[in-house]
Design a protein around this ligand. Sequence first.
Ligand SMILES: [Zn+2]
Length: 234
Amino acid sequence: MRDDVKQLLALQNTDQKIQALEAELVRIPQLQDAAKDRLANDTLALATAKSNFQANEIEIKNVELDVGTRKNTIDRLKNQQFETKKNDEYTKLGEEVVRYENEVDKLETRELELMETADDLRSRITEAEQNLTKTQRLVDEEIAELQARLDERKAGLTETKTTRETLVIQVDDEDLLDTYNRLYNKRESQAVVRVTSERSCTSCHVQVTPATYALAQSGAAIAYCDNCSAILFP
Ligand SMILES: [Zn+2]
């Protein structure tokens, strides 16, 4: 292989490496964001569990208020009953007391049910908190790993770019370097490629002429693919 082609091939390897590293520098933060998004479901589940518990607490308070109101009413009725001298009024008030006492019974039963629900809802909050903590830990670990990878790739990129500068200096022919750069972008990172023994260009996969193939083999001058202009080596 000609020295200049060898240099360009090394440059191409470096450019491909830079390209891959730059793609990772874009992709890794996206993965970090995706990891953070995984917390959203667990965070929402915890908020829902807390608000369900709160709603139940409010219902308990309301039931307690209702019980209180009815107990006051019962006291009032009992006083009226104590003070009345009319038999039928006494009976009527007694019936009212029983009616309110029944209501209090029902409300107290309801309160017990709500308190059982509260226990259940409280344990759901604990469960949701545990899930969130677990996910948080996993996500933190994942983000930290990705960060380490990101830092490593950044360092690798700086190093590879330095290597590229060294390689560029070695190419004496400015025009050749320009041609290479243009081809590299145009041929999707396949500017310097092997021509197979079947005379096939491995960049565009079209067969080159026997003359081009012979030139690539002899190395008397740089051989370019007849179809895509890629720089060929045997
Ligand atoms: Zn070609």
